[in-house]
Design a protein around this ligand. Structure first.
Ligand SMILES: Nc1ncnc2c1ncn2[C@@H]1O[C@H](COP(=O)(O)OP(=O)(O)OP(=O)(O)O)[C@@H](O)[C@H]1O
Ligand SMILES: [Mg+2]
Length: 226
């Protein structure tokens, strides 16, 4: 591979389970090429979210290494990791974790404001993204006033507001209908085309997978390129 932005070296993840342990990832190796869309598929429980968390530095492998631009994530201290996450990464979790007491607009603009933009600049970016995910008329709704798919789209807009170089998304279109899914995908894909971002998407959605540059399958604790 010419230019991997993320490299996995024999990544093992075990969870304690009673007397023994459960080996979810059994030596995952490989690279994710920069500026491409990578899709990871696999059965429920196969370890997709676990792998995404390791790539994002939200959890640490039992053994093996995750390298980002050649840098061992395991060697970064908590502060460096946090800075890296805020600056370079966008996460879309399986659970959306929106702030309940903030509107859609506030939820999306907050990371941009925290990264140093003025309030009005952050709000302008947030508005633009919310329009692009089809929520132009839901800016002032609170999460409790939104449907599941609408919340998911707010979370996606929030993940993208700082123009991350790496986007990790866990079933980003899981709650969305066909038309809305394609709209959300277009927002993701434009980030790749316009900003050269690298996307790693976990999905069960075959239509989304068909648009990806590479498709992997997580099976038996290993990542297989399909
Ligand atoms: N903190 C934990 N402690 C113990 N076991 C865990 C923990 N987190 C995940 N597991 C187990 O690891 C396996 C992989 O979980 P993971 O969430 O990565 O699956 P997944 O592929 O994302 O599944 P889904 O498609 O259902 O989201 C599951 O069998 C799960 O029960
Ligand atoms: Mg999962």
């Amino acid at each position: 591979m010419s230019d991997p932005i993320i490299v996995l070296e024999e990544v093992v993840k075990e969870y304690p389970s009673g007397e023994t342990s459960l080996r979810v990832l059994d030596g995952v190796s490989g690279g994710f090429e920069r500026g491409k869309v990578h899709v990871i598929m696999g059965e429920s429980g196969s370890g997709k979210s676990t792998l995404l968390h390791l790539i994002g530095g939200l959890d640490t492998p039992t053994s093996g290494r995750v390298l980002l631009e050649g840098q061992d994530m395991g060697a970064l201290d908590e502060e460096a990791l946090a800075a890296f996450r805020q600056r370079d990464m966008g996460f879309v979790f399986q659970m959306h974790y929106l702030l309940r007491e903030c509107t859609s607009l506030e939820n999306v603009l907050l990371p941009a404001y925290m990264a140093g933009l003025s309030f009005s600049e952050a709000a302008a970016k947030a508005r633009d993204l919310l329009v692009r995910v089809g929520l132009g008329d839901r800016m002032h709704h609170y999460p409790s006033q939104l449907s599941g798919g609408e919340r998911q789209r707010v979370a996606i807009a929030r993940a993208l507001v700082n123009g991350p170089r790496i986007v990790l998304a866990d079933e980003p279109t899981g709650n969305l209908d066909e038309r809305t899914s394609r709209m959300v995908e277009d927002v993701f894909f434009s980030l790749v085309r316009e900003e050269g971002a690298t996307l790693i998407l976990v999905t069960h959605d075959a239509a989304l997978a068909s648009r990806a540059d590479t498709v992997y399958r997580l099976e038996g604790g290993r990542l297989h390129r399909s």
